[in-house]
Write a protein that binds this ligand. Sequence first.
Ligand code: PRP
Length: 207
Amino acid sequence: MKNVHESAHPLVKHKLTRLRDKNTKPKKFRELVRELGALLTYEATMDLLTKPVKIETPMAQIDGEDLEENIGLVPILRAGLGMVEGVWGLMPSAEVWHIGLYRDERTLKPVAYYNRLPIAPTVSVCLILDPMLATGGSAVATVDILKKWGVEKIKFVGLIAAPEGIARLHQSHPDVAIHIAAIDDHLNVDGFIIPGLGDAGDRQFGT
Ligand code: PRP
């Protein structure tokens, strides 16, 4: 599917396997979420624009390149929070805009509870960070919010996805590139990704 990128990187596969393991404790789980967030973002940002800039090395003047666009990191609370630090380490000048959504356990629909975006957009590219793309409802709602805010270039960076979530996000927003460590088998009747990794929020925060 165009615009859907499942990582083939051995480091991603290794760390994702450790992440899925039910014996992985919250401290290690958080470390893996942070590292995977950075690795996937490295792959997701291959097409960021740069602008020429002249600098001097200790030896000579050269034409270098600086990032051209203002980048916004948009973690979906809570679970997306754990991906921020690793990604921010790669792009320290990025802005972080939190979106609070939780999934109603009965209807599986996203419920919005936090959004402090200013009226005018302050960034031109947004990376949505959330470890899980299950039904896709939370991701679609977040893209809706960001497009309404005025951002046109949006990417979703996640760790695992169900085919149902990929299809829903792709159908609703085909322009949004989806970067994911792995696409799993299916969603169960409770809306959990199978084989998945359990609940990424609970496993990070020990709840
Ligand atoms: C999880 C996950 C996504 C959402 C995915 O969050 O982190 O945000 O569910 O499901 P969807 O694709 O079906 O919308 P959850 O609602 O468990 O909240 P939490 O991050 O606070 O634990």
